[in-house]
Design a protein around this ligand. Structure first.
Ligand code: BDR
Ligand code: CA
Length: 335
């Protein structure tokens, strides 16, 4: 382990914005990325794992990848999740695109580690001399399982930073964000565990959505990671413009990267509140919704919740990190 850096395990369902989170976490000098665990989510586990390996390989970094859970802790998979698909973007006409069509990334030659992702989280938290930060960029299944199997790890967790939930914003259902909707019981396990938990909500990620100028700024870096980042942002802006217009045009959130940016500069979240949070565990319309206790006699605070995000700060963190990537990035193949 490297002294003075924040020790991070990143849990992902890669995914385009997960890819940007991996890139920032792997490159940021303030972070020591110990390992990556994969989880089911937007895409089936086999695909999230393969795409995670594509990113670590693209970066030519030896970051161990551990395969985690293929479905939620306590409920059945919802019907779309059964389909073995590779879609990461859809155009206005409904045509679907996978990683290969979008980014021409080769299939990875590296394999995931043999050890299970949940086991890796438990062992790393138990044995680390310094507290571990978990960044959860997918459903909380792996982290919920780890906390259930080994509640003692809480004492060695510095923070769990979750991309999930929403106060006024939702995406998967009328009232729920996808990562929390997919495994609400796992989110409740985290909230009841006593681990310091921070939720980077859709309210924050939508406000911190990056404008189209960043496509050119990332390309202008003249390195392959900048080009890849630019292409992800370009594709996401296309999809958001067509299918999910936000508070202004030609912007796109890269949700998961904002969690990593928060570790590097908390000012990316200008309004973070300490609240008592629960997640709705019903099986109807409310499943996965955030329940924030705003009563004056509210229950004891158990989470930090991001109410706003700053795209200006976020953009600067992204550019600073990607700029530092030059040379670091292409081990043995300096551009
Ligand atoms: C979240 O869903 C995921 O698949 C995205 O990568 C992000 O983590 C947004 O709701
Ligand atoms: Ca994700």
């Amino acid at each position: 382990m490297v002294e003075g850096k924040r020790k991070v395990i990143l849990d992902v369902d890669t995914g385009t914005d997960d890819a940007t989170a991996i890139i920032l976490a792997a490159l940021a000098p303030k972070i020591e990325l110990l390992g990556i665990t994969t989880v089911w989510g937007n895409l089936p586990l086999s695909v999230t794992t393969e795409q995670t390996l594509m990113i670590t390989e693209l970066m030519k970094k030896d970051i161990p990848v551990y395969v985690g859970c293929p479905g939620p802790i306590a409920r059945g998979l919802y019907p779309q999740a059964h389909k073995e698909h590779r879609r990461v973007a859809v155009d206005a006409k409904g045509k679907e695109y996978g990683y290969h069509d979008l980014f021409q990334l080769p299939r990875p030659s590296a394999q995931a580690q043999r050890r299970h992702g949940v086991d890796y989280i438990v062992e790393t938290c138990r044995t680390s001399r310094e507290k571990i930060t978990l960044v959860a960029a997918g459903p909380l299944t792996n982290i919920g399982m780890a906390l259930r199997i080994a509640p003692d790890i809480v004492k060695n967790i510095r923070e769990v930073v979750v991309m999930g939930g929403g106060i006024t914003q939702s995406n998967s259902t009328l009232c729920a964000e996808g990562n929390i909707f997919r495994d609400p019981e796992a989110a409740e396990i985290l909230l009841k565990s006593g681990a310091p938990a921070t939720f980077i909500t859709l309210d924050a990620t939508h406000r911190a959505a990056l404008p189209v100028e960043y496509v050119d700024r990332c390309r202008g870096l003249g390195n392959p990671v900048g080009d890849f980042f630019a292409e992800i942002l370009r594709q996401r802006i296309r999809v958001y413009n067509a299918l999910q217009p936000l508070w202004r045009g030609d912007i796109a959130p890269i949700h998961d990267a904002l969690c990593v940016a928060y570790l590097l500069d908390p000012a990316v979240i200008p309004d973070m509140r300490r609240v008592h949070l629960n997640v709705c565990l019903d099986h109807g319309n409310g499943a996965g919704a955030f329940l924030i206790d705003t009563r004056y006699y509210h229950l004891k605070e158990n989470a930090n919740v991001a109410y706003d995000g700053s795209w200006e700060r976020f953009g600067e963190v992204v550019m600073d990190t990607l700029e530092k990537a030059e040379g670091l990035f292409w081990k043995g193949e300096e551009k």
